[in-house]
Design a protein. Structure first.
Length: 134
């Protein structure tokens, strides 16, 4: 009568679209990435969030190589891990169009508010008629 089914359907569609976006983000989370030095003595792991999770020195003797060696090796390994993570982020799956999703939700909200105003006006009209005895 007042478009309640239409409002319910629009809200269900909006919830479904949001759930689709959430699911896509969960499905395409990047697993931790590990990179290691050329000789395998140093390893770095980036967590799923992209932050450094772990440094591992396979041989403690590598610490005796000097700060310049360690600085260069760590810089190179961290950059390799970041590059590997970036590659895995550029999958074939397109990113959801969040702007379009936001516009759709705003449109649904505006339509819902207008329908509620219409319902309220119709209820007020009926109440006035009932009170006046028409």
């Amino acid at each position: 009568m007042f478009g309640e089914d239409q409002i319910a359907q629009q809200l269900a569609d909006a919830r479904s679209a949001l759930n689709d976006v959430r699911q896509q983000q969960q499905d395409h989370q990047v697993p931790p990435v590990t990179a290691e030095s050329d000789d395998g003595r140093i390893k770095v792991t980036l967590g799923a969030d992209g932050r450094v999770d772990n440094f591992k020195f396979v041989e403690e003797r590598v610490l005796k190589e000097g700060t310049e060696f360690l600085e260069e090796a760590l810089r190179k390994i961290v950059n390799e891990a970041l590059d590997a993570r970036a590659e895995s982020l550029t999958a074939d799956v397109p990113a959801p169009d969040l702007d379009a999703l936001g516009e759709s939700i705003a449109r649904i909200q505006d339509q819902g508010l207008q329908r509620m105003r219409d319902m309220s006006a119709q209820i007020s009209t009926v109440m006035k008629k009932l009170q006046s005895g028409e």
